[in-house]
Design a protein around this ligand. Structure first.
Ligand SMILES: Nc1ncnc2c1ncn2[C@@H]1O[C@H](COP(=O)(O)OP(=O)(O)OP(=O)(O)O)[C@@H](O)[C@H]1O
Length: 343
């Protein structure tokens, strides 16, 4: 599966400016592996997934799924893929089993085969005990597992999972992760996953592409991306006593730690992030510099590089900050054009 130079602009609607969702996005996914598109809300992950799943068309660029060009032969692609959207597709007033049997019938299975496939999937997702209860009574984790099962009824070669664990509690998330790992390990399925959880990408994906403002800023294996960052990460939270006067606080903090030998210094609000070859040596010097400058510290941590550091390095801000702030052009979708469905 690959995407090459995908571009997509949504019309703004109601006097709003158009939104450039994809700005030349490219990546390649080896068959039988999990690939994660990682980025904050509005980065363009869902738009990419919809184009690859033939639910939307790119303005330009090409994409292949299961060896087929998505724009030229969308019907062939649809037969080869399962698509699990962010929003549930199940009918809450039907049982889990009824939902799966109906999905099987819609995919062309006979009644007996649809029932057998439903039972198999219910068992696989540990939903057999709840199979004959209405979906409206399911927990968030159970409902999400049923969504994924719905995408698997026709045994797709390629599965798209759009934020499969958003909103799930840690236990349900761990169960979902185990199932995703099983799908690639045992069934050799190719999975494109979108997430804004760094830990999820790190744990599941053989390869990760960090997406920001409609393009891939960096891609590689999680380990290779982390190895690019030499040394340790230092994070210092300033105490509330430190005046938060934006740019001038950032400047004072940067000046205060200049002599400590740290690099890649960034200040967001009251949080200082920096890197050092030997963090244990640099951290006391950082704290001494802040103390001398009259900047009180609330906490300080030292950590091996994480995907968050990779994100910060390549986008200039932490994923948490990007998630909180959204992207500059992103608004809510109100007044925007309704999602179109490619013919
Ligand atoms: N149908 C639409 N009409 C107008 N703008 C849209 C539409 N769908 C998405 N957008 C805009 O395109 C940009 C990319 O959105 P997209 O949903 O692809 O991002 P995302 O990374 O998947 O974010 P999320 O995690 O919120 O789903 C955003 O600015 C979004 O507001």
């Amino acid at each position: 599966m690959d995407a090459v130079a995908l571009r997509k602009t949504y019309p703004g609607g109601r006097g709003r400016p158009p939104v450039r969702a994809l700005d030349g996005l490219s990546f390649a996914v080896p068959t039988g592996t999990v690939f994660a598109l990682l980025g904050p809300n509005g980065a363009g992950k869902s738009t990419t997934t919809k184009i690859l799943a033939t639910l939307s068309r790119a303005d330009s660029g090409t994409a292949h799924v299961a060896g087929t060009d998505v724009a030229r032969h969308p019907e062939r692609v649809r037969r080869a893929i399962g698509y699990v959207a962010q929003k549930p597709v199940t009918d809450p007033m039907d049982t889990g089993r009824e939902n799966l049997v109906l999905a099987g019938r819609l995919q062309g299975l006979g009644a007996r085969d649809a029932r057998a496939r439903a039972a198999e999937l219910l068992d696989r997702f540990s939903l057999t005990d709840a199979a004959d209860r209405l979906v409206t009574t399911y927990s968030g984790g159970m409902a999400r597992k049923l969504d994924v099962a719905m995408g698997l009824v026709h045994r797709p070669q390629v599965l798209f999972l759009d934020e499969p664990t958003t909103g799930l509690d840690p236990e349900a998330r761990a169960e979902m992760w185990a199932e995703i790992e099983r799908m690639t390990a045992v069934e050799c399925m190719t999975i494109l996953l979108t997430t804004h959880y760094l830990e999820e990408a790190d744990r599941l994906a053989a390869n990760v592409a960090i997406v920001d403002e409609g393009r891939v800023v960096v891609a590689g294996t999680p380990d290779a991306l982390k190895d690019e960052l030499r040394g340790d990460g230092i994070v210092v939270e300033l105490a509330p006593g430190a005046p938060d006067d934006g740019a001038s606080l950032a400047g004072r903090v940067a000046d205060a730690v200049r002599a400590s030998g740290v690099r890649d210094v960034r200040v967001e609000g009251r949080t200082l992030r920096a890197r050092a070859d030997a963090g244990a040596v640099a951290l006391p010097a950082v704290l001494a510099g802040l103390d001398a400058a009259g900047l009180p510290v609330a906490s300080a941590t030292l950590a091996r590089p994480s995907l968050d550091d990779v994100y910060l390095r390549h986008t200039g801000r932490s994923l948490a900050a990007a998630q909180a702030g959204g992207r500059s052009a992103a608004g809510d979708h109100a007044g925007a054009a309704a999602e179109e469905v490619a013919a």
